[in-house]
Design a protein around this ligand. Structure first.
Ligand code: GDP
Length: 445
């Protein structure tokens, strides 16, 4: 999985991490190579472009952290962006089986690995989750497909619905539900018919079955080897039938892996599992951070940078605390506080941690702040000069207008921000005297 891409990327970053200083040109050249590598892995063009742009932006705005090289920092940014594009902190792939019996609908093109995946998942549910599972094939066009599921079922010790010739898919779905209910099964899986291409009949049939079964999960199985086609298929299935997740099969092959990287960004649907072979155990949950680690193959650098960043943040917080204790609290401090707030989960979380919380909450509230507004407030501070940030009292009406306009906001917004700064500054001074600040800051960082 991802071998070629992984080789290409490690080549790029090995060169980059060996250099002490990086110019913008170095980064740009490296990112151009990353882009080519992504495209060669069959990642779709807009996804590759956005990826590179995001990395470029973050690399440019990044504060330089001591004890790691700029190249190492870029590796970390690329890693984080990979995790993001692969789906972020996706769940653990656990299937929704919160009703008895829970229906799971399996859809996909013929040959995608749908029947194999149905059996793999049934085995997993049986062995790991101790669920009683019933599988049913709805492929009335291909008797061989129905038999294939029955054979797999007997291999893995999972029951299949007896085949009754002449039934329609909807009739089979109804019978499966009935059998699952009467037979005390926890889950029943419906393996729908596939076609070589998506056509109206296939979609109509799947939709009809979906309406009868009311599935808790509709999993689309797509062949990972087909790259961008897999993403197109997923888009179409999702538009027409609605899917809750994707299973990418044949990720054991020498496929280029692009489907995995484009899927989430383009379809918005999570990849839940990957198929890694023909054997019944060859399936894994899809974990973005693990996959990103595999693609980049630079786990130790990522860990190193994470650690350095933590240290850096602690040092920064300590410096800030010293300033506050001296009663110093300028716009830069406020900006840093707000950035920290956003990182920690927003205004509400910070307010909860401070001893002067109620007063603070009031100031925050009066200023009309919520998490969305904070980013814009930061923009306001950014359009001030250094002098103004250090001493906002010097702001004249004309400058206020310019600053507000520069950040795309009104002067009244800026005034709210200034008022909030004054209130916080007063509070910091009071708290600094009483020694409360130390406690408060300890809670925050
Ligand atoms: P269906 O037509 O979508 O039901 O596809 P099948 O389940 O019959 O699978 C078609 C072929 O692909 C079979 O030979 C499977 O063994 C094979 N297959 C399915 N999943 C995987 C996978 O993850 N890796 C590999 N290498 N082969 C797979």
């Amino acid at each position: 999985m991802f071998e070629n891409l992984s080789d290409r990327l490690s080549g790029v970053f090995e060169r980059l991490t060996k250099q002490g200083a990086l110019s913008e040109d170095d980064v740009r050249t490296a990112l151009r190579e990353v882009r080519v590598a992504l495209l060669e892995a069959d990642v779709s063009l807009p996804v590759a472009r956005d990826f590179v742009r995001a990395v470029q932006d973050k690399a440019t705005g990044q504060a330089v952290t001591k004890s790691v090289t700029p190249g190492q920092q870029v590796v970390k940014i690329v890693h984080d962006e990979l995790v993001h594009v692969l789906g972020g902190d996706a769940d653990d792939g656990a299937l929704k089986i919160d009703q008895v019996p829970a229906p799971i609908l399996m859809v996909g093109l013929q040959g995608s690995g749908k029947t194999t995946t149905t059996a793999k998942l049934a085995k997993r549910l049986t062995e790991r989750d101790r669920k009683r599972v019933l599988m049913a094939s709805l492929d009335t066009n291909r008797p061989a497909a129905m038999e294939q599921l029955a054979i797999l079922g007997s291999q893995i010790g999972v029951d299949t619905l007896p085949i009754v010739p002449g039934e329609t898919p909807v009739q089979i779905a109804r019978r499966a539900k009935q059998q699952a209910t009467l037979g005390g099964y926890d889950v029943y899986m419906l393996d729908t018919a596939g076609r070589l291409h998506i056509d109206a009949e296939l979609i109509a049939q799947a939709a009809e079955v979906r309406d009868v079964a009311n599935p808790r999960e509709t999993l689309l199985v797509v062949d990972g080897l087909t790259g961008q086609d897999a993403v197109n298929v997923a888009t179409e299935f999702d538009d027409k039938i609605g899917v809750t997740g994707v299973v990418l099969t044949r990720m054991d092959g020498d496929g280029r892996g692009g489907a995995a990287l484009s899927m989430r960004a383009i379809t918005g649907k999570p990849i839940r599992f990957v198929g890694l072979g023909e054997k019944m155990d060859a399936i894994e949950t899809f974990e973005p951070s693990r996959i990103a680690g595999r693609i980049l193959g630079m786990g130790d650098i990522v860990a190193l940078v994470e650690k350095a960043q933590q240290t850096f943040e602690t040092e920064q917080a300590e410096r800030m605390m010293k300033r506050f204790q001296k009663g110093q609290f300028n716009m830069n401090d406020l900006k840093m506080q707000m950035e920290q707030m956003l990182k920690m989960g927003g205004v509400s979380s910070m307010v909860g941690m401070l001893p002067g919380a109620q007063k603070m909450a009031k100031a925050v509230d009066e200023a009309g702040f919520d998490d969305k507004v904070i980013a814009r407030q930061i923009a306001l501070i950014q359009s001030m000069t250094r002098k103004e940030r250090a001493n906002p009292q010097i702001l004249q009406a004309s400058r206020k207008k310019r600053i507000a306009a520069g950040a795309g906001m009104q002067v009244s917004d800026l005034n709210k921000l200034l008022k909030m700064h004054r209130q916080m500054s007063d509070m910091m001074k009071k708290m600094g005297k009483g020694g409360m600040l130390k406690k408060a800051m300890a809670g925050m960082f």
